[in-house]
Design a protein around this ligand. Sequence first.
Ligand code: UDP
Length: 242
Amino acid sequence: MTKPKYDRIVLKLSGEALAGDIGFGIEANMMTSIASQVKEVVDLGVEVAIVVGGGNIWRGISGSSKGIDRATADYMGMLATVMNSLALQDALEKIEVPTRVQTSIEMKQIAEPYIRRRSIRHLEKGRVVIFASGTGNPFFSTDTTAALRAAEIEAEVILMAKNNVDGVYSSDPKKDPNAKKLDSLTYLDVLNQNLGVMDSTASSLCMDNNIPLIVFSITEKGNIKRVVLGEKIGTNIKGSVS
Ligand code: UDP
């Protein structure tokens, strides 16, 4: 199997994935590993857009629990995703993968503003596009951003890369020894069973727009390529309701 299953993908990297084993901030080896895994699929001719989270630096909800106004704390979270995006751009360009960062909140000294048609043009030219600063709105998540951007750029799938988790389980495998890994699900299952794959806004957006999602571990090198080549790893969430 050397022919990619997809022409255009959105890769969702949680902030946690960038933190590797440190659990906070950006871990250099992890960043290098992610960049080379992305390069492997770019080399196959796949158009890759990436949405990066910020939870390794700041999360709006935890900020607001410390007394910061929720909207302000969320804007801080969005800024955290910009830091991660710039670090990822740096790692990709060091291995000669052409990259553009586009932000939903304008900061044109460091990145382009998000312009849908422009991002599609970059993808067509083989550049990796990193979508930073989430949707630009508080009370949303970068999972929702991945769903929104995937719909906008007509990506065929969202690949949700996790750190040290290889898919979706029936319950938390760290707490429940009987937790079972689920191979295939629908968004209705995710919503009804409260499986915690992504928040309900993101799940609904994917469901309504028929965007499939694959949840897999990025800790194992080469996994992004495996998924792109159609190997069945992780958990597959079907776009359609049935
Ligand atoms: N955020 C936001 N609006 C968005 C995307 C993100 O307000 O459209 C904020 C929110 O505070 C969130 C933080 O940015 O907690 C970091 O994003 P997220 O938690 O999705 O990152 P991840 O869990 O993927 O690391």
